[in-house]
Design a protein around this ligand. Structure first.
Ligand code: SAJ
Length: 432
């Protein structure tokens, strides 16, 4: 098959549709391996930044992006017509949920439609966006067949879930094992060949795209449910006056059959809190109610309220009501050492504080300012020079950049929701 040769000798032209936290690292990984890559995006910001060699994704190395753009290995465009000459195309567009927690596949549908109208025969199309089982067959197969392609003969289609863990220093796009599920044997063959060529990791074939779609959601639902268990244990331990963090450290001594998850002020990011609801939504089609998944979501979504109630109790003990308190929130990012605040716990927490007329400001060394994605209010990060003046400091994200010894020394009262202060013991330091 000519396509296999082109992959083998790296003369294949690779398209990456969607230049976000999945697509851009993938485009750089493919270019690093010697392929020419064309990135397609609808956003001026993404296309112009890539073509100027200006990096905007934390997991991409600034200098490397500059280099591959300068040497012509990677360029970005809005124009799907350029996909006519592409031999392999990876789709990494957003698959968000709408406000009814229903999957919004509009980005997948529009990109697939544009591709099916522009690509040539003998092209491999891989969907990488996390989505409900059935998406590849229902959207990609249907659209390409509608445009006269024969799957497995003159167009090859597969699903391969992205496994990007933002901020993870050990596991990157290039060295994380990859799952691939093609529509036909030929689709499997050419997909496996491609990933083995661009990645330094094992590539595992599964028997269908549905298996690959489902395993990805299972990975993330597993995390979501275990985080919810840690959060429920925290709520119970607070009532029983048992230190949950010590309980988890003790449980971790078991070398098998236990995996540590930690409580927090909520579950952020645009994967873990959302992906399980693809299953909930699809399960309805089969008249099944995914009770455990939904309950886990409820518990995780209750954590911002739990944190504010705990803060109110601590302030009351000092004779200060929440409505008159002056609060400093440390960390707007949804997890440590990254600059992403999408679905961050700080967002619902701010809404609850505002409902209680509490005065608050935030600091985040990675996020100088942000706009609340629901209220569109803008917030600016303050410095920590006069941390003493706040009635309460709430640590929401355990950024490594913070000097926790100094914070505990200077702040009047601290509520640490992330075990960020670890072994520090002090009268003014309270843990979740
Ligand atoms: N969290 C807790 N307690 C925990 C673990 C996480 O409260 O024990 C919180 C985090 O603070 C964060 C949220 O959950 O707010 C999600 O954290 P995460 O690291 O699980 O999620 P993401 O979205 O940054 O990255 C995950 C990947 N994470 C890991 O595998 C460790 C992986 O599941 C996926 O590759 C990725 O989502 C994705 O794109 O699906």
């Amino acid at each position: 098959m000519k396509l296999l040769e082109k992959i083998q000798n790296k003369s294949a032209l690779v398209g990456v549709v969607g230049l976000g936290y999945v697509g851009l690292p993938m485009a750089v990984t493919v270019a690093r391996k010697g392929f020419k890559v064309i990135g397609i995006d609808t956003s001026d910001y993404a296309v112009n930044h890539v073509n100027d060699g200006e990096n905007y994704i934390g997991d991409v190395d600034d200098a490397e992006l500059k280099k591959i753009v300068k040497n012509g290995s990677l360029k970005a465009s809005f124009d799907y017509k350029l996909m006519k000459n592409a031999d392999v195309i990876m789709i990494a567009v957003p698959t968000p949920l709408d406000k009814y927690q229903q999957p919004n596949s509009s980005f997948v549908r529009s990109s697939v439609k544009s591709l099916a109208e522009n690509v040539s025969k003998d092209t491999l199309i891989i969907l990488e966006s996390t989505t409900y089982p059935g998406t590849t067959r229902e959207i990609l197969v249907r659209e390409f067949e509608k445009n006269g392609f024969q799957i497995g003969k003159d167009i090859f289609i597969a699903f391969s879930p992205e496994r990007v863990d933002p901020g993870n220093k050990d596991y990157k796009t290039s060295n994380t094992p990859k799952i691939v599920g093609g529509i036909t044997e030929n689709c499997n063959k050419v997909s496996k060949k491609f990933y083995e060529t661009i990645l330094d990791a094992d590539v595992f074939l599964v028997s269908s795209p549905e298996i690959a779609e489902m395993e990805k959601i299972y990975e993330n639902t597993f995390r979501n449910i275990n985080i919810a268990l840690a959060n429920e244990m925290t709520i119970l331990c607070e009532k029983m006056e048992i230190d949950i963090w010590e309980v988890i450290e003790a449980a971790k001594t078991k070398p098998y059959g236990f995996m540590a998850f930690y409580p927090g002020p909520g579950v952020g990011g645009h994967c873990i809190p959302l992906d399980p609801f693809y299953l909930t939504w699809k399960a309805r089609e089969y008249n099944y109610h995914t009770r455990l998944i939904e309950l886990a979501g409820e518990i995780n979504m209750s954590m911002p309220t739990f944190v504010v109630n705990k803060a109110a109790k601590l302030l009351n003990e000092k004779g200060i009501s929440l409505s008159r308190a002056n609060i400093l929130l440390l960390g707007a990012a949804y997890k440590k050492d990254i600059a992403d605040f999408r679905e961050s716990p700080i967002l619902p927490l701010i809404s609850i504080l505002e409902k209680n007329s509490a005065k608050f400001v935030y600091n985040d060394p990675h996020i100088p300012e942000f706009i609340h994605e629901h209220t569109y209010k803008k917030y600016h990060s303050v410095n920590l020079d006069n941390i003493e003046k706040y009635d309460l400091v709430i640590i929401l994200t355990a950024h490594s950049a913070y000097d926790y010894d100094d914070i505990v020394k200077r702040a009047k009262l601290i509520l640490d929701t992330r075990f960020a202060c670890k072994k520090i013991n002090a009268e003014n330091l309270i843990r979740l």
